[in-house]
Design a protein around this ligand. Sequence first.
Ligand SMILES: CC(C)(COP(=O)(O)OP(=O)(O)OC[C@H]1O[C@@H](n2cnc3c(N)ncnc32)[C@H](O)[C@@H]1OP(=O)(O)O)[C@@H](O)C(=O)NCCC(=O)NCCS
Length: 161
Amino acid sequence: MASKESKKMTNDRIVVKAIEPRDEEDWNKLWVEYQGFQKIVMPLEIARTTFARFLDPQVKLWGAIAIDTETGNTIGFTHYLSHLTAWQVEEVIYMNDLYVTENARIKGVGRKLIEFVYKHADELGTSSVYWVTDHFNHRAQLLYTKVAYKTEKVVYKRVEH
Ligand SMILES: CC(C)(COP(=O)(O)OP(=O)(O)OC[C@H]1O[C@@H](n2cnc3c(N)ncnc32)[C@H](O)[C@@H]1OP(=O)(O)O)[C@@H](O)C(=O)NCCC(=O)NCCS
């Protein structure tokens, strides 16, 4: 009972908002953490380009961050983009990344970030939102099965050169 109550209070403290220019430093910090989670190190140029694209109204790539309003800390982010499809008139949204910093997990932050993407998708006139995850990422899937369904698809990728 106590943990449910504290979870609810924590949830009320969380605000998700579209990334703004002043968020660059906070976003960068989490972006580096996320790369650690993904076991990769990206060149700084990618961070700079990606952040600039979030702010460019001509580019259909967006970033949103979750903030703990009590501490002012940025505790999570999502990145998503919109693209055409041969299968319907409306564009579809692909959620590229989702991340919640370790000590803010299992408090509803990831769910709020996904709900933010869903809301923006509705505003853009599409209800199609999809993403991929590693088959072994069971933790993420505990959340995903609550907000989406698992497809039968398998992802293939060209070997890059
Ligand atoms: C995956 C991730 C984004 C989830 O974020 P989160 O804020 O912990 O998730 P939430 O608290 O919103 O989870 C929501 C639901 O999933 C369930 N859940 C999530 N993690 C759980 C766990 N470890 N054990 C049990 N239930 C869990 C919760 O019970 C919750 O259900 P409820 O809202 O109905 O009570 C976060 O763990 C993370 O950033 N992981 C590292 C990066 C990563 O894996 N990103 C995804 C790449 S595809």
